[in-house]
Design a protein around this ligand. Sequence first.
Ligand SMILES: Nc1ncnc2c1ncn2[C@@H]1O[C@H](COP(=O)(O)OP(=O)(O)OP(=O)(O)O)[C@@H](O)[C@H]1O
Ligand SMILES: [Mg+2]
Ligand SMILES: [Zn+2]
Length: 153
Amino acid sequence: MDKTLLIAKIKDGTVIDHISPGKSFKVLSILNIDSSIGYTVTVAVHVPSKKMGFKDIVKIEGRFLEKEELDRISLAAPNAAISIIRNYEITEKFHVEIPEEITGIIDCPNQNCISNAREPVKPRFLVRSKNPLSLKCYYCERLINENEILQNL
Ligand SMILES: Nc1ncnc2c1ncn2[C@@H]1O[C@H](COP(=O)(O)OP(=O)(O)OP(=O)(O)O)[C@@H](O)[C@H]1O
Ligand SMILES: [Mg+2]
Ligand SMILES: [Zn+2]
């Protein structure tokens, strides 16, 4: 018996590979992929990986990601590898990278922070540590940990 199952390749689109196991759900929500989408998305959760032990994979037909989407994904899945597919072939491959500064993506949990006031001050965080992920508010210096970041993405 042949124990392999082949999933159709995508013609044009994006593969997000090496997602930490279980984090593909977060990646889908970051990309607003829900039951109403009109394109094909293939998701693999907790598949064995030589490099990572286990990993998730998301393959999206017909969609190419914006810088801000890649930045958000880097916070949820810092090891993610992005492959751009054109005419069934990988034309570009790169890793997401946690930016040094995260602006306008995560709100500061400190209600008294100036970034939560009515003034148009965008929330802004500096990266204090990448592993484990920890950010510091540029304005009030409040620290936020990985769990708070994930809830906020
Ligand atoms: N046309 C395609 N449609 C869907 N997925 C594709 C297509 N081409 C490549 N992929 C997927 O893109 C990812 C990266 O492909 P690549 O061949 O670089 O993998 P690899 O050799 O396993 O590299 P890595 O070291 O990143 O694991 C894999 O998950 C592969 O299955
Ligand atoms: Mg591989
Ligand atoms: Zn703050």
